[in-house]
Design a protein around this ligand. Structure first.
Ligand SMILES: [Zn+2]
Length: 239
């Protein structure tokens, strides 16, 4: 019976390990998603800078075009000045030239500001690129690690399943049925005893019964919760 009890305890440990493996397996996609999120964040930061640079350059080219158009207007106006007949017309054209030059001056200031901004953004891009490359590396390493962890876990699961199958074959069928019923009802079927108490329900176990449990050679149920009591041998702390 000692061996049966030991196998029962081991069976429960294996089933707990299998349950934990299942939760771990379920956690993998979430771990990958977190890595993906960081990768996308790095990519977004880089794209944002590249996009900003494009935007600044586009705006600058537009302004340069406007400046060119205004200059052309000024040239036309100056030609017209040579042909005007009245003073009033002359004044009007001068006014137009003045406006155009004002516009040109404003646009040119804006162009300088944009050139400066482009320089700053352009200088930040290599850093963002490096960070993104690092993020990619971290992602690949992370995914690789998760994959290795998964494979190692699958190997363990296979070993546990085999061991479980072996134990079930060796267990007395009525004992196994009892184990299954307890597990169904209580969540755990076999519990350790420690300090004269059942570690399933923490109720005190009478000394005589406790001494029997310590021998591990009989199936003894907790008087309170009915779980099968198990004394982990080598444990000196059972006072
Ligand atoms: Zn109990």
């Amino acid at each position: 019976m000692r061996e049966q009890l030991r196998m029962l305890w081991r069976l429960q440990q294996i089933e707990t390990a299998l349950d934990n493996a299942e939760s771990e397996r379920k956690g993998y996609p979430q771990k990958v998603r977190i890595l993906e999120g960081k990768l996308k964040e790095g990519e977004r930061r880089l794209q944002e800078k590249r996009g900003r640079l494009d935007e600044v350059e586009r705006r600058r080219r537009l302004l340069e075009q406007e400046v060119e158009e205004e200059r052309e207007k000024v040239r036309r106006s100056r030609r017209r000045l040579l042909e005007v007949k009245t003073n009033k017309e002359y004044e009007a054209i001068l006014k137009e030239i003045e406006w155009s030059e004002e516009t040109i001056s404003q646009r040119e200031e804006e162009i300088i500001r944009l050139l400066e901004e482009a320089d700053v953004v352009r200088s930040e891009i290599p850093q963002a690129e490096r960070e993104f490359e690092e993020e990619k590396k971290r992602y690949q390493d992370g995914v690789e690690e998760i994959k290795r962890g998964q494979e190692a876990l699958e190997r363990k699961v296979q070993a546990w399943l085999q061991e479980k199958e072996g134990i079930i074959k060796e267990l007395d069928p009525p004992l196994y049925s009892r184990y299954l019923r307890l597990k169904e009802r209580r969540g755990t079927a076999v519990v350790l005893v420690k300090d004269e108490a059942c570690q399933g329900c923490y109720v005190h176990i009478p000394p005589q019964l406790y001494n029997e449990v310590l021998k591990n050679n009989k199936i003894i149920a907790c008087p309170n919760c009915q779980r099968i009591l198990y004394w982990e041998e080598g444990d000196e702390g059972g006072g």
